[in-house]
Design a protein around this ligand. Sequence first.
Ligand code: CP
Length: 309
Amino acid sequence: MIQKELSTKHVLGIKYLTPQDIQLIFETAESFKEVINRPIKKVPSLRDVTVANLFFENSTRTRISFELAEKRLSADTVNFSASSSSVKKGETLLDTVNNILSMKVDMVVIRHPAPGAPAFLANHIDANIINAGDGTHEHPTQALLDAFSMREKLGDLRGKKIVIVGDILHSRVALSNIFCLQKLGAKVKVCGPPTLIPKYIKELNVDVEYDIRKALEWCDVANILRIQLERQDIKYFPSIREYTQYYGVNKEMLDSLNSNVIIMHPGPINRGVEITSDVADSDQSIILQQVENGVAIRMAVLYLLAAKR
Ligand code: CP
């Protein structure tokens, strides 16, 4: 039987979605991708729904694509940025959100540096909550758009081999990707310096490869991550130059492989550190397709959650 609605009223993490939820989001996103490529890109699906986008951390892609997704669905939107708000005067997260909700907001998209902040809100307020990235925990819509983009290139992801390269320890994208890809039947490895691989990785049934060349030889897709210096309070490797020397992906390395590995990156890219420009801009890279798919995926998530109200 085809599932018609999500099993949950919030999207707090991929951990809490079923494989059927993920497939439903993909099918819905496929329809919305067709909509956003029409001359008239707007549908009335979320008319009379108000969405608050609460960003307590910087963002370019996630913030803009949520806002575009809401506008394409005809929702009313309000945007909140912690740096220009009364949070600076000491207001708590719960007070901030309750004040916004008293203005009749139906859904909240939240990015916050504290892991668990979206789940905390879901337990305290009556609105659908979408996690747009919570600290080092999860970034579910990023993983959905990543898997959707891989699926467009490779078809069914069962048995496909994906390596996630870089700062796994501090990456919510890595954790959400691992959960999502495993739920879709893909094989996942991580690759990076030992100090940036979390100790719990084996418990997630994920293999570790410390040699970038071997990792690239093995995989169909390499999802390359940025070093999150803003979350590192100690040094995890001697220097950026050495990181690049041992784990940076360059064109010479790619050209020496036997197959055409698909290159992905969630952004923002640090060109010349984890990836060279000639790789990021190559025919093997689908980085901008990921960004394009972000709008359709976020439209699907908003639409399906609104149906749960
Ligand atoms: N991939 C991602 O979350 O990018 P932003 O931080 O720019 O939203």
